[in-house]
Design a protein around this ligand. Sequence first.
Ligand SMILES: [Zn+2]
Length: 175
Amino acid sequence: MSSTFTLYVKQKGGSLDSAQKAVTLLKTYLPSIIAKASSFSSADAVLVDENASPTLLETDVIVYIVRNTAKSIIVKKGGSIAMAESNGNILGLTDLNLKICEVYYDRIYDGSAKELSGACYHEAAHILSNLDNSLHKGQNGFLKDAPDYYGTPTEENTDFMAKHLGRKIKMDSSL
Ligand SMILES: [Zn+2]
């Protein structure tokens, strides 16, 4: 079987330059995941303009970058981001029921593309695995609680992503 996994990053807030650089970094993180995921032959990261709604495969992931928690899409759709409201160190959240991943741009240090790409990778892991904070247990690097996004994803991070790639999520790109 030959199929592609696409990680979309839809920019609804924050710096375009940061988002572009973050997507470029994500492109470099994906090949090592694909190398371990037998059902996928390629992967790509794509930046999406806020007015665009690309057609997603049911296995694709889309992460929304919003300006701040006040612009939360999760809240707009009836979910709760209380966890992020009470902890300013949380860069993004995923609502597994609403199937929404979002990252808060104002929490990214100085618009760092490293942090932004890492936060997108982290939220993608939550939705791919369908795991809440229990995901962090026993993880390191990009996937632990209070992650360090200044390195690169670890072997364990890559294994985790590869293991969960292919789940039929059916996310909405039009939010
Ligand atoms: Zn997390």
